[in-house]
Design a protein. Structure first.
Length: 256
């Protein structure tokens, strides 16, 4: 499921995801993404999430092939894993991670990362689907757009998707990733055409987006807690107040 271009960016550059309250300990972005996926796998084992996710995918359209279902599930996992890829934003690194190894870019004007994560996710995996030249995968592009919406909102409440692509069009991309040719009107046309051609069940799509959103928030939190505390979370014994404590911490304020 890993994308070579993104993995090379992460492995060949010193990007951070978090620093502790004393600014003395830093977590690499790659380590955080790996930890997030680890906690998805733990949640999956406990809650049997994969079968639930696959059933919802099949309910979105009763003609989805097994090959297409597998690819959509892979994109679901990619959305969890790469939810914070936008932290390669130079301003995020410089101002929030105090990373002096990353150069400032005039093109980047703020330190936000969630919308950038969504834009990179769309560009990376839409191009991957197109390059495969597999006609079975055309429908997967629609799910990539929907999954990107969940990524974009993982530090804020889910809101109306109506203006999402318009906002995304204006997000600036770091030089290290390269140029993204993003046309909002073209994306809207593709979405509407695919929804119409495949008769997508809107309720199932809504449930799938909400589930992805919840999983990203949960796995992200558990991964961050393990880094900050040095303790792996045991779901059988975990303190139910952990998430509320996390929202009140300096760390949560630093990443928002």
């Amino acid at each position: 499921m890993y994308n070579n271009k993104l993995q090379n960016i992460l492995k060949n550059n010193e990007y951070y995801a978090h620093i502790d309250d004393s600014d003395s300990k830093k977590e690499s972005l790659l380590s955080h993404l790996d930890l997030t996926l680890k906690y998805y796998n733990k949640l999956n084992k406990k809650k049997k999430l994969e079968s639930i996710i696959r059933n919802i995918i099949k309910n979105t359209n009763n003609t989805i092939s097994k090959e297409c279902e597998d690819k959509i599930y892979e994109m679901f996992l990619n959305a969890i894993y790469y939810h914070d890829i936008g932290k390669i934003n130079p301003n995020f690194q410089i101002h929030k991670m105090k990373n002096n190894k990353i150069k400032k870019e005039k093109n980047i004007i703020d330190s936000r990362h969630s919308m950038l994560s969504a834009k990179i996710y769309i560009d990376t995996f839409e191009n991957e689907i197109i390059s495969s030249k597999n006609k079975e995968y055309i429908l997967v592009i629609l799910f990539i757009y929907y999954f990107s919406f969940a990524i974009s909102r993982h530090h804020s409440p889910i809101e109306n998707i109506e203006f999402f692509l318009e906002d995304l069009e204006n997000v600036r991309v770091p030089e290290i990733y390269g140029n993204i040719d993003f046309n909002k009107d073209k994306k809207v046309y593709i979405i509407e055409r695919l929804k119409q051609d495949y008769k997508i069940d809107s309720i199932s799509i809504y449930i799938l987006i909400k589930l992805l959103y919840s999983i990203i928030i949960s796995a992200d939190y558990y991964a961050t807690y393990e880094f900050m505390s040095g303790k792996e979370i045991n779901f059988e014994d975990k303190n139910m107040d952990l998430f509320e404590n996390y929202k009140e911490s300096e760390l949560y304020k630093k990443i928002n």
